[in-house]
Design a protein around this ligand. Structure first.
Ligand SMILES: CC(=O)SCCNC(=O)CCNC(=O)[C@H](O)C(C)(C)COP(=O)(O)OP(=O)(O)OC[C@H]1O[C@@H](n2cnc3c(N)ncnc32)[C@H](O)[C@@H]1OP(=O)(O)O
Ligand SMILES: O=C([O-])CC(=O)C(=O)O
Length: 391
């Protein structure tokens, strides 16, 4: 059958009723199970989070961040040889490409640190040493390289904002200690390193959160891993997701002291505004990770002798619970914890990204192993069929 050349480009007269019965909508995909994953499970009823079956609290207490990364990528905790191999690979990949360092230095200081991370991931994609190898093994090597490179990007950016030079990575240090040393010039006290490592383990993975889902959408088009992670960084930046940890410190600065929490909260909630660091799409009875991070925060507070910060933290959490019943999420304790570790507030969400890159890349590889293009439907509510007037 041949098409009539005079009508081939005309819009079809398909029926477009003015008010079709709307289908059931799933706005925000709330409550929708879109795919299976073997990487982690978030259980609302028991407020629990398992990475590959292991409770995240046990992993935070007993495992290094590198062991957790291995677990999330491979499905099992590493034996000694496997861990040594991952550590060697990660330490060998920490140096940033010179052109990337120059480019980060050239970015305006008005750019948010998450803009810097997003740009850096994209540039690292352009510097991929094996661009033509799209195998799962090559994507695993890319994942390790990104894990190794992001601390350098975050440290470089915080240091340039303070007028300081980039420091060399130290291959005698594990991932967390090197991250801190490269940011602050020295390895801090154990209490700081331990709290940082705990935060990184807790942030590493959380099933189909918005940034991970963004990464999976991009991967599902068979785009590349760096593109997926670049998109995920963009999704994480928003204050309804990762950006909340930064917003928590802004809130603390605005309130000032614990005795001012009540009136501040009454005014904010009265205006129907949200308090950042509270609430969660899945957890309704409390975020599984908060108690572990709160213990780490307590130790940092004691170390830094900052009972005033703890008083403010408790007063806001109590005030929110009493007024709304809404509980803190992980971004609530990590905000003040990162502050006490010495990070600048705008650097908080990049820290989240440096950890979550493990979860994102695990999900990209899982998506590609059982790929189905992610392309949902929408319910059209615009004008019914109409025609451009004859001219
Ligand atoms: C590690 C992470 O990324 S965790 C998330 C970090 N994000 C934040 O901390 C931002 C603040 N929190 C929020 O905006 C929300 O709790 C979200 C986006 C995380 C999840 O919310 P959703 O499941 O989409 O629920 P939604 O935003 O519709 O809130 C439901 C109700 O609770 C209220 N609510 C939810 N969170 C808060 C909050 N933090 N402060 C005040 N009220 C809140 C909403 O105003 C809404 O009230 P309404 O029904 O009277 O309109
Ligand atoms: O799961 C979510 O929606 C957000 C979250 O807590 C995370 O990504 O860690």
């Amino acid at each position: 059958m041949t098409s009539d050349p005079t009508t081939a480009h005309q819009a079809p007269e398909h029926p477009a009723p003015d008010h079709p019965a709307p289908p059931e909508l799933h706005r925000g995909l709330a409550g929708v199970v879109v795919d299976a994953t073997a990487i982690s499970s978030v259980d609302e009823a028991s407020s629990s989070l398992l990475y590959r079956g292991y409770p995240v609290q046990e992993l935070a207490a007993s495992c290094s961040f590198e062991e957790v990364a291995y677990l999330l990528w491979h499905g099992e905790l590493p034996d000694a040889d496997q861990l040594a191999a991952l550590e060697a690979q990660e330490r060998a990949a920490r140096e940033l490409p010179g052109p990337l360092v120059d480019l980060v230095r050239s970015l305006p200081l008005s750019a948010h640190p998450m803009d810097v991370v997003r740009t850096a991931v994209s540039v690292l994609g352009a510097h991929d040493p094996e661009p033509d190898d799209r195998s799962p093994d090559a994507d695993l090597r890319r994942s390790v390289r990104l894990l190794a490179q992001l601390p350098g990007v975050v440290a470089l950016d915080q240091r340039r904002r303070r007028g300081r030079e980039l420091l060399d990575p130290r291959d005698d240090l594990g991932w967390s200690a090197d991250f801190l040393a490269r940011t602050f010039g020295d390895v801090p006290e154990d209490v700081v390193v331990d709290a940082f490592e705990t935060s990184m383990v807790l942030y590493a993975e959380h099933s189909f959160n918005a940034s991970t889902f963004a990464a999976r959408v991009i991967a599902s088009t068979l785009s590349d891993l760096h593109s997926a992670v670049t998109g995920a960084v963009g999704a994480l930046k928003g204050p309804l997701h990762g950006g909340a940890n930064e917003a928590v410190m802004a809130t603390f600065a605005e309130i000032g002291t614990a005795d001012r929490v009540g009136p501040w909260l009454d005014e904010l909630l009265g205006a129907h505004h949200k308090v950042m660091g509270f609430g969660h799409r899945v957890y309704r009875h409390g975020d599984s990770r908060v108690p572990t991070m709160k213990q780490a925060l307590d130790r940092l507070v004691a170390h830094a002798d900052r009972p005033d910060l703890l008083a403010l933290y408790d007063a806001l959490a109590d005030g929110m619970r009493e007024r709304t019943g809404i509980l803190p999420n992980l971004d609530y304790p990590t905000g003040p914890a990162f502050h006490l570790m010495g990070f600048d507030t705008p650097t908080f969400t990049p820290l989240f990204a440096a950890s979550r890159v493990v979860g994102w890349t695990a999900h990209v590889r899982e998506q590609l192993a059982h790929n189905a293009l992610i392309r949902p439907l929408s319910h059209y509510t615009g004008p019914a069929l109409r025609h451009v007037p004859a001219r």
